[in-house]
Design a protein around this ligand. Sequence first.
Ligand code: DGL
Length: 269
Amino acid sequence: MKKPIGIFDSGIGGLTVYKEIRRHFPEEDLIYFGDTARVPYGPKSPNTIIAYSMQNARFLLQQRIKILIVACNTSSAVALPDLHKITHIPIIDVIQPGSEQAVLHTRNGKVGIIGTEGTIRSNAYSKAIQYLNKDIQVFSKACPLFVPLAEEGWHDNEIVKAIAASYLEELLQKDIDTLVLGCTHYPLLKNVIRQVAGDQVVLVDSAEAIAVYLGRMLSEVDDGLSGKDEFFVSDNETKFARLAEVILDNQTFSLQRVRLYESWFVEDN
Ligand code: DGL
């Protein structure tokens, strides 16, 4: 069964997950879909997030993937049960791997979660962490400005630092020793978050966590291919390409646009 792995995100941020997966699994064929026409998902209602996530998954399923990776934290937090209804292939979300890493790393049992409004509202991380260890205290904070800052390429400056300090203040006051970066974009701001949180706080990067998780699954389904990449977006290829260059350290890639109609198809141009 020689098939690619499909990854989707609401847009560009999932490339942080793609990058980690590519680094750990150079042999695998990967198909990435970024829903750049409809990003951001974070502030949207659960029903909308579910509908978009199902369409994204259907597009990837049409490419005959063997594993579906939901790189988007907001989709993972809200749409997972519905995604399982439309396919029997394994689905890896970002919440479970990130939660496992948080439980492994915390020493004082106080974990902070940062994410979009949708992710934080769902309580998905708190539930997953407390399912693994009910004694762990979880403190959550939505950081909606982080996504536009990351997309703007503002990854490491004084303004970002001031915003991060304001967002993280109440979590740090709770004495957290582990902080989950529960959004695809936040690894891009890791330097600033590290400066604000201090060296004592372990930062759990969901992009790294998912690669560890996928490794376990691939040892069961292993059929490495040629290491081919395919990237699809639903809009704004130019902006995607510009940011992708930064995230992927100038890796060359080809990009195709798919139209958001009832049945998906690749545009000719
Ligand atoms: N991909 C989203 C996430 O990880 C962040 C961007 C958005 O709001 O769509 O939650």
